[in-house]
Design a protein around this ligand. Structure first.
Ligand code: LLP
Length: 422
């Protein structure tokens, strides 16, 4: 469910015509619906009602301060993977007691920052990281609550770039080594062993891999208990998929039900790290057609958004629905939707049947709320897009479009490079 819909051939976000926002803010533009975001967060969180749990939004999917504030106001925490994300989360007002930190390469500085901030849980992914965390905590006179991120060797049946729970992936600690690693952690004076964590991949469209992983984690927790290790938190990561095209992923409710059936009455506090399932269909990328051209047997629609704005199609060959901001009754055409960047990888859609567009017309790239803006760059010295949040019949710019000045901020020319003579 989302709040992007047509009224008399015009695409609206909640109560506002998309074209009205564009008139003020321009293109390319990320547009998010507040009602959709809130509804998705609540639908996810409510799926686990009755279980002790914490929903930690995976902010890598969209780290905008306004988005983080919205979920914090709903009682959510966040899942972070860097010091930069921690900085943003604190700035947005997220309670540090609701922050969990994953990632295979946490730096010493980042660990220090997180320790000083007193976050809820460090999901440790290697023995060396564990020692470093212990040493850093000792230096600061603090204790770190840790979970070991387990690699359960389960195939999430998704794109290989976003599979994380297979033995061949760099993530987590092999489940067969876990008991030994827990014993090691228990012997470290500045670590408090508190949890087990796991994240097997993203855009999962079936429940069975989640359940397979959970079964393995349950066995591990039972084994750990036998050796006197008390586990309080079970962090099951994110990964629930969404419909981009024709996928039929489970509803969070079904996911919640499956977890409930597997865990029964559990004393554990569950942690979830959803990103895409909350953000993905709550945002669109709006772009303007610059030119169209037809070469032998091929039509190109050249738009002002590019792979620097939305990298997913070129990186994963992923599908995003293309919809007109104003529906016309012109004939359909099969076209490649491409951006202005100097690479053939710069496409938003390939061989797509769309309505015929004319220069100046607007197009919406759907399901772009997750991993859209957050993966954008300045490639080809393109200022990054503006971001806008719509609430009912009002809209707010939550990130200004970058300017040319922004592009060179922080750059310097050394004095031995004198001005070229005219
Ligand atoms: N927790 C951890 C430790 C993660 O690594 C991720 C995503 C999540 C939670 C959130 O997963 P989600 O609920 O969003 O599936 N750029 C890719 C997706 C990369 C996902 C990386 N990790 C894409 O555009 O599809």
């Amino acid at each position: 469910m989302h709040h992007f819909h047509y009224k008399q051939d015009e695409l609206y976000c909640e109560e506002i015509p998309v074209s009205e926002v564009v008139r003020e803010v321009g293109t390319p533009l990320y547009l998010y619906s507040h009602a959709t975001l809130r509804q998705h967060f609540r639908a996810f969180d409510d799926s686990f009602s009755g279980l002790k749990h914490l929903t930690c939004f995976s902010m890598k999917s969209n780290p905008n301060l306004a988005i983080l504030r919205l979920f914090a106001n709903e009682g959510g925490g966040v899942d972070i993977v860097s010091g930069g994300e921690l900085f943003r989360a604190l700035k947005a007002g997220v309670n540090p007691g609701k922050i969990v930190y994953s990632g295979v390469g946490k730096t010493g500085e980042d660990l220090e920052f997180a320790l000083k901030s007193d976050i809820l849980l460090f999901n440790v992914e290697s023995t060396q990281e564990m020692s470093k965390l212990n040493d850093t905590a000792a230096k600061l006179g603090r204790k770190a609550r840790v979970a070991i991120r387990i690699n359960p060797d389960v195939d999430p049946k998704t794109h290989p770039y976003i599979s994380t729970g297979l033995r061949e992936n760099k993530f987590g600690i092999d489940i067969r080594q876990a008991p030994g690693q827990y014993a090691l952690a228990a012997g470290m004076a500045n670590l408090v062993v508190s949890g087990v964590s796991c994240h097997i991949g993203s855009q999962l469209t079936q429940i069975s891999p989640f359940v397979d992983a959970l079964k393995k984690l349950k066995e591990l927790i039972v084994d750990l208990k036998k050796t006197g290790t008390r586990i309080e938190y079970l962090d099951l990561g994110g990964g629930l998929g969404i419909t981009y095209d024709r996928e039929e992923p489970p509803h969070p409710r079904e996911y919640g039900q499956a977890i409930r059936e597997e865990l029964g009455d559990t004393p554990l506090t569950l942690i979830f790290e959803p990103g895409r399932v909350i953000m993905g269909n709550a945002g669109i990328l709006v772009t303007r057609v610059l030119y169209t051209k037809t070469t032998e047997g091929k039509t190109f629609i050249i738009v002002d958004a590019a792979m620097n704005d939305l990298m997913r199609p070129c990186l994963y060959n992923s599908y995003h629905r293309i919809q007109p901001v104003k529906i016309s009754n012109r004939p359909l055409v099969v076209a490649d939707i491409v951006g202005p960047i100097c690479e053939s990888a710069d496409f938003l859609a390939k061989a797509r049947e769309v309505q015929t567009y004319q220069p100046g017309e607007l197009m919406a790239v759907m399901s772009a709320g997750a991993y859209g803006f957050s993966m954008s760059s300045n490639y080809n010295s393109r200022p990054r897009a503006a971001e806008v949040m719509v609430k009912s019949d009002r809209f707010f710019v939550i990130r200004n479009r970058e300017t040319f000045e922004d592009l060179t901020r922080g750059e310097a020319i050394p004095d031995f490079l004198t001005m070229p003579s005219p």
